[in-house]
Design a protein around this ligand. Structure first.
Ligand SMILES: Nc1ccn([C@@H]2O[C@H](COP(=O)(O)OP(=O)(O)OP(=O)(O)O)[C@@H](O)[C@H]2O)c(=O)n1
Ligand SMILES: C[C@](O)(CO)[C@H](O)COP(=O)(O)O
Length: 231
């Protein structure tokens, strides 16, 4: 069944999905690897499409897989698919360039965070809608954090009360994200980093354990269990 996105929605969601998945081990590009029988990207897009504010989804796919990703996602949701780049930042820039006129809120969400709750899309979008230029979902850091030298010797213990683990979707006023990417230099690991460099205030909202990033084999196993438990 084709999910109909909301033509009155004000949110475009960019889904970088062009990464190799080196840390997951040998195999297909990570977004195309199966989780409970369906590619990670299918799970992610289905959940994003279920968020009522979403007007447009743009996927940055591995360059060699653009046509097959289009076919794969056609029954899931109406999406725009573009070729990704060599770095995440280039993939996001390519997807951003393909957003049609209309949505003034742009979210960036990793395909690798396949179990994103639709509510998290809505809460990030609502925080932007309420007037924030840039919004990131975060979780507290639960482990004690040490700074160490190259030899593994402990230099000190970091005050974790001021630290947060950052997730996606990260949300932006469209013009703010566009300006951040236009001014981008060396690749950064997230989009909030680009707008921070422009002096834009970035605010935090509560993240979700279910938005974990599937990075290593353990994460994939955990996601399988979460899905089986009804996530
Ligand atoms: N050139 C790239 C690299 C990454 N990504 C996407 O960015 C998200 C976050 O990246 P990560 O989880 O680190 O994925 P990979 O880069 O694939 O992982 P690895 O470093 O293990 O290869 C993923 O959805 C990934 O597909 C992308 O679109 N284009
Ligand atoms: C964007 C991100 O998922 C936020 O945690 C993260 O920075 C991606 O980084 P990675 O090094 O590509 O895993």
């Amino acid at each position: 069944m084709t999910a109909q996105l909301n033509p009155r929605g004000d949110v475009a969601v960019l889904v970088p999905a062009a990464g190799a998945g080196v840390r997951l081990g040998p195999g297909a590009p990570k977004a195309l690897r199966p989780l409970a029988g369906e590619p990670l990207l299918v799970h992610a897009v289905r959940r994003i499409a279920a968020a009522p504010s979403v007007h447009t989804i743009v996927v940055a796919a591995p360059a060699a897989d653009v046509e097959s990703v289009r076919s794969m996602l056609a029954p899931v949701a109406p999406v725009i698919v573009v070729p990704g780049g060599a770095e995440r930042q280039a993939s996001v820039a390519a997807a951003l360039a393909a957003v049609p006129a209309g949505p003034e809120i742009v979210l960036v969400h990793d395909a690798a965070r396949a179990l994103i709750p639709p509510d998290l899309v809505e809460s990030v979008a609502e925080a932007v809608r309420s007037g924030h230029d840039a919004v990131i979902p975060v979780l507290p850091v639960v482990d004690t954090i040490k700074e160490v030298d190259a030899g593994g010797r402990v230099l000190g213990t970091v005050d974790r009360s001021a630290l947060r683990a950052v997730q996606t979707p990260q949300g932006f006023r469209r013009s703010v994200l566009t300006a951040g990417h236009a001014a981008a230099g060396d690749p950064l690991t997230d989009d909030a980093g680009l707008v921070e460099k422009q002096g834009v205030a970035v605010v935090c909202v509560p993240g979700s354990e279910h938005a974990l990033k599937i990075t290593r084999p353990f994460d994939l196993a955990l996601a399988e269990h979460l899905l089986a438990a009804g996530a």
